[in-house]
Design a protein around this ligand. Structure first.
Ligand code: G6P
Ligand code: MN
Length: 464
């Protein structure tokens, strides 16, 4: 037995429990998180997983998948399910929040209402993201209040989208114990490092912005910033997704590599036209695919894992942000896929905290003076150092005027959305839509709000 295994065995014998609660535990991507946990053999690893969801069918299906994943693994984290939020939270050491308020049905409404009014309809960007935020924030705030009351020492990892906005809204109740995560910045950094033939784990990524609105401005390895070299090499840029998505010319002109979601801004007309030219939407596609999975699994729970794996493979084959598909950015590199997505970010974060093992990760945290264009309490997405004390932003270069302009505009939208959700004020909601850089008319902003109110019952307070 290695030393670390001895420690695990001793801790287990001593009954040291590390409990993870997953909110949105019936979600389709939960088995990815569980498989990341199964691969963690270290000391202080998660010993039990409590799944919480409002939907019993989904909860049962995912519970079956997880138990089948665990079969044959002696010390696998014990899985339990509940539909009672308070029961889910009591005694939790980590709370992973990945809920989708309104489900994929809600996502398709977010997309459709906007597209029908001639503006982008997308899960987190533009009008769709504001509608999703208005629907999600009241639930996220209630969760934050319950966590503060029942598990005040727990670390909260927020993956619930729109992640930046939701994390910022939860901070008044939870302080810096809530940390927002996303897989896209680390994915971009890794892909850029691989394109240069570098060891991605050793590089420092000078990345900054908001969630789904950031730029890689430097890639430091061995004391040298290698980004200029990458920007000057069309072949290397053509070797990874963001390079193909934005094109070598624009990247060289821009002088940085944007997060893939910035494609909706830099190529707004093209992405909108392309999204409108197809009949379905990403939300509708996933809704149909996942409804089939949950229905089938309810009928044959003994095949839950096999059904999940099949559905996942089909989803992977089409896995792409809509804009990626539109720009014909092609398939993801296999090495990149193998590196894992948000479940790896979540696991690295939990390990760094639980093991007091210093790690550097790009996370959504309070600015605290890092970016001088934003106030201290604004949640930003920047590299952080993480240990048992939580996450603290590292020093990065300042935003350029262009980056700061876009970031400030979208931060104002986020805050107006939060204000609307907290106060129920129609004016705040209307301002959020009207201020968004991808919504080009106040008249359209009003129609968007009315369109969402008409279809989403929980937005009734915003009726004119
Ligand atoms: C990435 C983003 C998430 C987003 C997801 C959408 O992982 O970081 O924030 O929710 O893509 O993927 P989907 O397969 O649901 O379209
Ligand atoms: Mn994300």
């Amino acid at each position: 037995m290695r030393w670390s295994e001895l420690v695990v065995a001793e801790l287990a014998e001593a009954g040291v429990q590390v409990r993870l609660t997953i909110l949105g535990g019936g979600g389709f991507r939960v088995p990815l998180v569980y498989s990341a946990l199964l691969s963690d053999r270290g000391e202080g690893r998660i010993t039990s997983v409590r799944l919480y969801d409002t939907d019993r069918t989904r909860l049962a299906a995912i519970g079956s998948v997880l138990r089948q994943q665990a079969s044959g693994i002696a010390d696998a984290p014990v899985v339990t399910e509940t539909t009672d939020l308070d029961e889910a939270l009591r005694g939790a050491d980590f709370v992973f929040s990945a809920i989708r308020v309104g489900g994929l049905e809600g996502r398709t409404i977010d997309e459709r209402v906007a597209l029908d009014l001639g503006v982008l309809g997308q899960e987190t960007v533009g009008a769709g993201g504001i509608a999703y935020g208005l629907r999600t924030l009241p639930v996220a705030l209630e969760i934050a209040t319950r966590i503060a009351a029942l598990a005040p020492d727990a670390w909260v990892i927020n993956f619930t989208n729109p992640a930046g906005m939701v994390t910022e809204a939860m901070i008044p109740a939870l302080g810096d114990r809530v940390i927002g995560i996303c897989d896209s910045p680390s994915g971009l950094g890794r892909r850029a490092a691989l394109a240069l033939g570098l060891d991605a784990s050793k590089a420092f990524y000078d990345y900054a912005g908001l969630n789904h609105l950031g730029w890689l401005r430097g890639l430091h390895a061995g004391g040298v910033d290698r980004l200029p070299e990458l920007l000057a090499d069309p072949a290397a840029l053509g070797a990874f997704e963001e390079g193909r998505l934005f094109g070598a010319d624009w990247l060289r002109t821009l002088g940085s590599i944007p997060n893939e979601y910035l494609h909706y801004y830099y190529f707004a007309r093209e992405t909108l036209a392309a999204v409108r030219s197809v009949e379905t939407t990403r939300g509708k596609f996933l809704l149909e695919q996942q409804s089939a999975f949950y229905a089938e699994t309810a009928g044959q729970p003994e095949n839950a894992l096999a059904l999940w794996q099949r559905t996942r493979a089909e989803r992977e084959a089409t896995y792409m942000v809509e804009s990626r598909e539109i720009a014909d950015a092609g398939e993801r590199d296999e090495r990149d896929m193998a590196a894992g997505g948000y479940e790896q970010v979540a696991l690295s974060l939990m390990r760094a905290i639980a093991h007091n093992e210093r790690a550097s990760l790009i996370l959504n945290v309070r600015n605290r003076g890092t970016l001088r264009h934003l106030d201290d309490d604004a949640v930003v997405e920047v590299p952080c150092t993480v240990d048992a004390n939580g996450a603290r932003p590292l020093t990065v270069s300042q935003l350029t005027d262009h980056q700061a302009g876009l970031v400030s505009a979208v931060k104002a939208v986020e805050r107006s959305t939060i204000e609307a959700a907290v106060t129920g004020s129609r004016s705040s909601a209307l301002r959020a839509f009207a201020w968004h850089p991808l919504i080009d008319s106040v008249t359209t902003a009003g129609r968007l709000l009315d369109g969402y109110v008409a279809q989403l019952p929980t937005l009734a307070p915003f009726r004119s």
